[in-house]
Design a protein. Structure first.
Length: 139
């Protein structure tokens, strides 16, 4: 028999509740702290799912009802292809991409913009991102 700590018991007893009245945001970032920060901003208005794993991101978008995807990742051809696959697997889910702008990557920046609904350069103005999410999710 294995002894468990109080923290482990608390973690096991946490129940994930989904408010069916709220839309669901999926947030991907390789930075766990960034995921946590964004989830804290949006959790009062939306169901928020965060991940630091691209594999988990793909599974989450493909198999769960996600209404909007926020991706914190450097733009690349591979990222564009991944976003296109995610949109195909989830009925054209709106995508917001966050990244640090690089003037030397102008061609890639223009290409990315044609595959996502919005781009915000870091450091992001969270109120602008929040307004855009609200616009994209307005029914």
């Amino acid at each position: 028999m294995t002894a468990t700590t109080g923290a482990e018991n608390a973690r096991k007893s946490v129940q994930t509740e989904v408010d069916e009245a709220k839309k669901t945001l999926v947030i991907y970032s390789p930075d766990l702290n960034f995921c946590f920060s964004l989830s804290m901003v949006f959790q009062d208005r939306y169901n928020v799912v965060t991940t630091t794993s691209l594999t988990t991101l793909e599974k989450s978008v493909a198999h769960y009802t996600a209404d909007l995807l926020v991706v914190d990742a450097d733009p690349s051809e591979k990222m564009i292809q991944r976003i296109d696959r995610l949109r195909e697997s989830n009925r054209g889910i709106p995508v917001i991409l966050l990244y640090v702008y690089n003037a030397r990557e102008g061609t890639l920046d223009r290409a990315v913009r044609s595959h996502v609904d919005s781009v915000f350069y870091k450091p992001v103005e969270i109120n602008a991102v929040s307004r855009r999410i609200d616009e994209l999710l307005a029914v």
